[in-house]
Design a protein around this ligand. Sequence first.
Ligand SMILES: [Zn+2]
Length: 255
Amino acid sequence: MIDATRTSNRQAIPILTYHQIADAPAKGVPFRSLYVSANRFRQQLGMLKALGYQGLSMRDLMPYLRGEKQGKVVGITLDDGYLNNHDAAMPALLDHGFTATCYVVSQLLGKSNVWDHGIGIEPAPLMDAGHIQAWTQAGLEIGAHTRHHVNLVEGEDAAMQDEIQHSRLDLEDVLGQKVDQFCYPFGIHDERHVEMVAQAGYIAATTTERGQVLNGADLLTLRRIPIVRSTYWPQFLLKVLTSYENKHIPHGTAD
Ligand SMILES: [Zn+2]
């Protein structure tokens, strides 16, 4: 096993990506991989804790990403803001003393994952305003994921700028606190959108590009590590503790 907790003098930090924390629908339904059961999620947090790792929200991870602090830390992110994140992920996170960032779609609070319906993914309820308030009151973090879960490369620049900037303002209105973290919907973006995210004042943004993050990396295009239904514990540990996921990084572009 290759120890990649250090690459030269830079710490390699895993940021995990989850979607739904629930039992997967029946076989044959597309994208069953995006479900991790509540029990499995809890077991994964328990493994991290037993190994001495602290699971952190993006806000809490920032000093490590900037290289100001070193330690056994793992970023925990959940995309889209499913109600099962509130019902199942939140209690498990709190029981382990961990934090996490959930990226929500600001104009779809209390609705459902309408952006997925066309590709056969089962409708699932999203957290409403009260749920995301409870999430932040528990010390967990809400990040922005646009206003309508748009594909940024398909829209007009002005509209996409609004999706990026206004989602933050929508959420700040609901939460009464700053929202500094962003996640590109579908993981799709180009350099224009990175600039828009910077203009909107976000501190950091995550993608679906795979791999660990080396501290000092560009904060607006952070790589992550997907944890899916089929991620059993040996692979979970490989993904978190080793350079396993970095095989996806093209040679010479580890930043
Ligand atoms: Zn999403």
